[in-house]
Design a protein around this ligand. Structure first.
Ligand code: UD1
Length: 457
């Protein structure tokens, strides 16, 4: 099956695009809607693979979903659960099935069965913190082999009870799972050292509209009270900060100038600091942010990924491509995932000068110190990049490769594009609008995400 992008680089990106709704926001809110039997209406829903997968998951367990892709609206209502078994075909599809446990525990006495979690190939991605939190709230969770694949069996036959949950690390997914389960747990729940990413705040806003009393202290403590009544909700999905940052970096690396309508300054503070330090220009305007090249890019940077409000790990791969174009040596320390530098091999084959290290380079020691994971790198620039046949291993590495291809003067061919389809709405159209020389191989239908199988991950 054809599924490839052809990109001929060397042209600066110029023009205006609109930010899509956030993948990591909307998918969680669709799952959160399963907590109640009330209708939820979402606006600004992106037409991407991860939403398609999540909608199908919700339908499996009894939700009625109407998705107007043109108007970007989803209406979802789950009057009652048809089943609490999420089929194995969703195994490894994305990180959403595991969150079904938190959303459904308080709605059924039946076993909730979900396949093992998937997502990008960027490390072991364990779920121990999810399980710890759900246990604390009174659930029993077991891992069992099922049809030769793994599945989690969860139940709370004696009901859920509010609890004190203290995370050793502020996992985004585990915090979301704990919050979802706490909504139907008797009394109140307190989550210490929880994640506070903007997408978590999005969940908090949604839940408050749904009828939940929930608050966050300055020290990452989250308090949730059992909800006694639910209401219909209307919610506009926040702009995707990862998409915005991706295009901003692509524009800067190609010496371009773009305006992104709907980009939200508040979600990009640590990104914009680094963007300016490397030499990029930006101007926050009414209705969006303009990003532009304003002279030679300066390396010599120390970049450390971290939980919010730190520099987000999903910005790391495209930023490394940017650093290949900057004068001097920069150091990057990945502290969120132990194995998120696999993509650099292809960049090296394209001409980048990158060296990996197992130690914690630069600032603090992280969880991966002395664990022998290559989680630091040094990148020396500027280096010209050459076109290449590229196979995409995960979503953000995929965008990094698109960026690299936009810099190479000849034509690169990029395969395994479904990873990009998971998270970037209308990638080819948007880059085309900005003047990139990009085409998708195959029939025009292939370019439409609505035709992507949900089991390709
Ligand atoms: C979410 C985002 C992802 C982003 C990440 C960190 C979605 C769909 N994905 O992923 O884009 O990169 O947050 O901002 O929203 N961990 C454990 N035990 C657990 C859970 C996590 O050790 O039970 C570890 C992971 O292996 C990883 C780190 O915690 O090293 C961060 O993971 P987590 O914050 O849970 O990320 P996700 O929610 O999977």
């Amino acid at each position: 099956m054809f599924d490839a992008l052809k990109i001929r680089g060397g042209k600066p990106l110029q023009g205006t695009i609109r930010a899509s709704g956030a993948k990591n926001g909307v998918t969680k809110l669709l799952v959160a809607s399963l907590l109640s039997n009330k209708k939820c209406t979402f606006h600004n829903v992106p037409n991407i693979g991860d939403v398609e997968i999540t909608v199908n998951l919700c339908r499996e367990i009894g939700a009625t979903v109407q998705w107007d892709k043109k108007e970007k609206i989803i209406e979802i209502i789950t009057p009652e659960l048809k089943t609490s078994y999420v089929p194995q075909k969703y195994s490894g599809s994305n990180r959403i099935p595991i969150l079904m446990i938190g959303a459904l525990l308080g709605r059924t006495d039946e076993d909730i069965i979900v396949p093992t979690a998937g997502g990008d190939l960027i490390g072991a991605r364990p779920v121990d913190l999810h399980i710890q939190a759900l246990h604390a709230l009174g659930a029993t969770i077991e891992y069992r082999e099922m049809k030769k694949e793994g599945a989690y069996f969860a139940q709370a036959h004696r009901g859920l009870n509010g609890a004190l949950i203290h995370f050793s690390y502020p996992s985004v997914g585990a915090t979301e799972n704990a919050i979802l389960a706490a909504v139907r747990a008797k009394g109140s729940t307190c989550i210490r050292n929880g994640a506070t990413e903007p997408e978590i705040m999005e969940l908090v806003l949604f839940l408050q509209k749904l009828g939940v009393n929930i608050m966050i202290d300055v020290d990452r403590t989250i308090h949730i009270q059992q909800a006694s009544q639910f209401y219909e909700v209307e919610h506009t999905i926040m702009p995707d900060r990862n998409e915005v940052a991706s295009y901003a970096m692509a524009a800067l690396s190609t010496k371009g100038r773009i305006f992104i309508e709907g980009a939200d300054h508040a979600h990009l503070i640590s990104f914009l600091n680094k963007f300016r330090t490397i030499g990029g220009g930006f101007q926050v305007q009414k209705g969006g942010i303009e990003f532009f090249h304003r002279g030679e890019l300066r390396g010599g940077l120390h970049l450390e990924t971290d939980v919010h409000p730190g520099f987000m790990t999903d910005w790391q791969q495209p930023f490394v491509v940017l650093l290949t174009q900057a004068q001097g040596t920069s150091v990057v320390h990945e502290t969120v995932y132990e194995n998120r530098f696999g993509y650099t091999q292809v960049l090296k084959e394209m001409g980048a000068d990158i060296e990996l290290f197992t130690g914690c380079l630069g600032g603090k020691k992280c969880r991966f110190a002395d664990k022998n994971h290559a989680h630091s790198l040094a990148v020396r620039g500027p280096t010209p990049l050459q076109a290449k046949e590229i196979w995409i291993p995960d979503l953000r590495a995929g965008f990094a490769y698109v960026m690299a291809a936009l810099l190479a003067p000849d034509t690169s061919r990029i395969t395994n594009v479904h990873f990009l389809d998971r998270g970037y709405e209308e990638l080819v159209e948007k880059l085309g609008t900005l003047g990139a020389d990009i085409a998708r191989e195959g029939s025009p239908k292939m370019a439409r995400i609505s035709n992507c199988s949900v089991t390709t991950e």
